[in-house]
Write a protein of this length. Structure first.
Length: 118
């Protein structure tokens, strides 16, 4: 499985940004996908997850109501719509694939930097 995230950039607080992650998978397998982030000096944390069908999602409390994860399996793409961005959302964002919805990721993509200025 290969994943390639894109869409990061420099925005102001209150702005919106959408991250995309194109993934290639073995068609015989089904993976949950997730977005993770790592801020400077901090550990990597889970932002959001979505099941293979898209029916199940999970959000970190700090992003609930502001971020939306979605996926288009026909396009092999997972998205993270981020609204009302805050400076504390500044981080490198990674997409990853997991064999189980809540399991540790099996595959990671390279990150994309999101910087939110105040």
């Amino acid at each position: 499985v290969q994943l390639q995230a894109s869409g990061g950039g420099l925005v102001q607080a209150g702005d919106s940004l959408t991250l995309s992650c194109l993934y290639s998978v073995d068609t015989s397998s089904s993976y949950s996908l997730g977005w993770f982030r790592q801020a400077p000096g901090k550990e990597r944390e889970t932002v959001a997850r979505i099941s293979h069908s898209g029916a199940r999602t999970y959000y970190q409390d700090s992003v609930k109501g502001r971020f939306t994860i979605s996926r288009d399996n026909a396009k092999n793409t997972v998205y993270l719509q981020m609204n009302s961005l805050k400076p504390e959302d500044t981080a490198v964002y990674y997409c990853a694939a997991s064999s189980g919805f809540a399991s540790d990721p099996d595959y990671w993509g390279k990150g994309t930097l999101v910087t939110v200025s105040s």
